[in-house]
Write a protein that binds this ligand. Structure first.
Ligand code: G6P
Length: 608
């Protein structure tokens, strides 16, 4: 998704902005631009395509003069990816420049009003109206003007603003999309995400919704919308630089796949004390937990797939009904949730607009919300009733891997924790669950050791045009993620089907050479899935089976197999997902795809 950067200090801004934008490339974008103030005018340079185009046009930023500037990588929403639609956008007389993350929902209306007042527009973007509004309403005071236009803008936004006559400051404001301010020595920074400034400073302020910051070379002042000064406390970013670097790997995705044992270990280790799962983050009493009649899960993308796995696990252990909702559908479906419903919100970034809106909807209806989030201090983390952080570390590749695994680990802990309180787990099962949980990192390592074999399998399969993932029960939940991983980075058409459902229509698509990846880790349904394997094979499919080490029937049934170690039923997804991630990665690599930043996708989607 779009990225914002800003710099004010003693150095030339252009090169700093370009370097910071490079650190945000992972978010996904289709054009980029910078604007600096040379003391007399605003200078804008922008290009369609990757950052290397902007770097070429500006000699790595050196061509643009001035020690203050803002920059942007754009992921198109309104208007095609083009040089004209790229940010920064200028107002008509060139006095205001704006970079924007988010969407202005009423921009057509605003554009119409401004046009009626003689203002002409150059781009098809919603962002340009903000620059024009600022110029139109400017009353001699920048903060006042920003406060004045904020209520006119419907939707979500994070903005970096420059004014030609004020080369000593950048204005930042947010409603919805995240923004941070990096605190330096005689220089300060603006960014939409931490990696952009991590090599410059570790001290940051996070801007809250409806806060306006005036960023100068030697001061940062934050206001609320009544223009009261807000006292902010600085946060220190603890991640190492390595966490945001590839560390010798060709792609972030491979690095992050390999980091999964650590991500799972870190997520569980502080929460298991003397053989017990201890979730101090949850402030619910045992009585409250017992009073819930239903669990509602809201999330998007891979986080939604964790929710589907969670449904099988919670229903099996807790014997309470669980609904999993695609967050973008939830808010607008007049959902049946109330104070007797516990809502679990799952999000790596903690900023996904659909998930955030779904959480607000659940809260409005009286539901208690527990968020499972990776990014500390993100909106969902802050605004949920409770938050359990996954400790996966920063995830850079668009296709999630280690955050998915860390989210699963939290789901297991929640199931054990609630199961114990509800009296649904006996002590022997409890001990077994905890010991299997602690063993997961090592078992994941055993699968990672097979990466070369899986690469070899990928070398034989990467030219397939259609792939079907099938599985039953928890294996079906997992096949959703396997299929998404493959299609999002390799662009191979792929679908996930409940193994028993395929024959009710979709089997008509199976023909000679169609690849079917059959997941059958769940012992109880192993034989049934093997029957489904036979059904597709007899129609010409080539079947790659993924199952557990002891599954001889699978070995005999499938055309080739990848076998994983055994663990307890509920934790099988943590092991079975790993070969699917590695397979997707190598298939995409053999196809020559841009793995870390797949086309059309964004890491964090902050628009509805
Ligand atoms: C985007 C990403 C997906 C991710 C989804 C939810 O679509 O491309 O990989 O699963 O957002 O993101 P979240 O940050 O809420 O987990």
């Amino acid at each position: 998704m779009c990225g914002i950067v800003g710099y004010i200090g003693d150095h030339q801004a252009g090169p700093v902005l370009v370097q910071s934008l490079e650190k945000l490339e992972y978010r996904g974008y289709d054009s980029a631009g910078v604007c600096t103030n040379d003391g007399q005018k605003l200078i804008v340079e922008k290009e369609k395509g990757k950052l290397k185009e902007l770097k070429k046009a500006t000699d790595d930023g050196k061509k643009v003069q001035g020690t203050v500037g803002i920059g942007h990588t754009r992921w198109a929403t309104h208007g095609e990816p083009s040089k004209i639609n790229a940010h920064p956008h200028l107002s008509s007389s060139g006095s205001f420049a704006v970079v924007h993350n988010g969407i202005i929902e009423n921009y057509m209306e605003l554009k119409h009003e401004l046009s009626a007042n003689g203002i002409s527009f150059h781009s098809s973007t919603d962002t340009e109206v903000i620059a024009q509004l600022l110029e139109y309403h400017y009353n001699g005071d920048l903060v006042d003007t920003v406060i004045k236009i904020m209520p006119l803008l419907k939707g979500s936004y994070a903005l970096g603003i420059m004014y030609r006559e004020a080369p000593d400051k950048i204005i930042a404001v947010r409603k919805g999309s995240p923004l941070i301010i990096g605190i330096g020595e005689n220089e300060n920074y603006l960014a939409s995400d931490v990696p952009a400034i991590l090599d410059k400073t570790r001290k940051i302020y996070r801007l809250a919704a409806n806060e306006i910051a005036v960023i100068k070379r030697d001061s940062i002042t934050v206001y609320d919308t009544d223009k009261n000064v807000v006292e902010k406390s600085a946060e220190t970013i603890e991640w190492s630089m390595d966490a945001a670097e590839k560390d010798g790997y060709e792609h972030f995705m491979l690095k992050e796949i390999m980091e999964q044992p650590k991500a799972v270990y870190n997520t569980i280790i502080e929460r298991i004390k003397d053989g017990r799962v201890v979730l101090d983050e949850i402030h619910l009493t045992a009585e409250q937990i017992k009073s819930f009649e239903k669990i509602n899960i809201v999330a998007c993308g891979s986080a939604y797939h964790v929710g589907v796995v969670a449904k099988y696990i919670f229903e099996k252990i807790l014997r309470k009904p669980v609904e999993v909702n695609v967050a973008s559908e939830f808010k607008y479906s007049d959902p049946i949730v109330d104070e007797k419903t516990l809502t679990i919100v799952i999000s790596q970034s903690g900023e996904t607009a659909d998930t955030k809106e779904a959480m607000y909807e659940a809260q409005r209806k009286g539901s208690y919300t527990i968020a499972v989030v990776n990014v500390v201090g993100s909106a969902i983390a802050v605004e949920a009733n409770d938050v359990i952080y996954t400790l996966a570390g920063p995830e850079i590749a668009v296709a999630t891997t280690k955050a998915y695994s860390a989210q699963l680990a939290v789901i297991y802990m929640l199931a054990i924790y609630f199961g114990d309180i509800l009296g649904k787990i006996n002590q022997e099962d409890y001990r077994n669950y905890v010991s299997e949980l602690l063993a997961l990192p090592e078992k994941i390592k055993l699968i990672l050791n097979k990466a070369e074999d899986i690469k070899n399998t990928a070398s034989k399969l990467f030219a397939r045009k259609d792939v079907f993932f099938i599985g039953r029960n928890i294996d079906y939940a997992l096949s959703l993620e396997g299929s998404l991983k493959l299609k999002e980075i390799s662009y191979i058409h792929s679908e996930a089907y409940a193994a028993g459902e395929l024959k009710h229509g979709t089997i008509s698509l199976i023909e000679k050479g169609t690849l079917v990846i059959a997941l059958t880790t769940y012992e109880d349904l192993h034989e049934k899935t093997c029957s489904n394997i036979k059904e597709v094979q007899s129609r010409g499919a080539y079947v790659l089976g993924i199952g557990c080490e002891n599954m001889q029937l699978l070995v005999r049934s499938a055309d080739s197999t990848i076998l994983i170690p055994k663990t307890c039923d509920i934790m099988l997804p943590s092991l079975a997902v790993v070969p699917m991630q590695i397979l997707a990665y190598y298939i995409a690599r053999f196809k020559g795809c841009e793995i870390d930043t797949p086309r059309n996708l964004a890491k964090s989607v902050t628009v509805e």
